[in-house]
Design a protein around this ligand. Structure first.
Ligand SMILES: [Zn+2]
Length: 131
């Protein structure tokens, strides 16, 4: 379920104002489709390794990975990207995964073709990196 816009706006403002943590550092924002119009966005230092971890933990033959985006401060970029995606999405599905039974966090459902969604999610990650 999406949280209220007023809450998301306040949260975004606070995240942008926050000083960059000394523990933050470079990495990649990855994104994949789990289903036709549901996207998961996460962060990893080594995306190839993370892809393998996903395949072991939750094997889904229909998972489609998109391009990853390098960020100098990937923790911060990820938090901002999640808020921006929540603002735009139709909904945040939290039901149990049919493949592994877990409730995966930070999945977002969008309307449109996979190409449109993919472009949008890429632009959101670029914006998150720049804020
Ligand atoms: Zn799963």
């Amino acid at each position: 379920m999406r949280r209220r816009n007023s809450f998301l706006k306040r949260r975004l403002k606070a995240l942008i104002a926050r000083r960059i943590s000394a523990a933050d550092g470079p990495g990649y924002l990855y994104a994949f489709f789990d289903g036709r119009n549901v996207v998961k966005v996460g962060r990893a230092v080594d995306v190839r390794r993370r892809e393998l971890q996903w395949d072991v933990a939750c094997w889904n033959p229909n998972r489609v990975w998109t391009d990853s985006i390098w960020c100098p401060y990937v923790h911060r970029a990820e938090s901002i990207a999640h808020i921006l995606l929540e603002q735009d999405c139709v909904d945040r599905p939290k039901r149990k995964c049919p493949t592994c039974g877990k409730r995966h966090q930070e999945k977002f459902r969008f309307r449109g073709t996979q190409n449109e969604i993919s472009t949008h999610v890429r632009n959101v990650r670029l914006t998150a990196r720049s804020l």
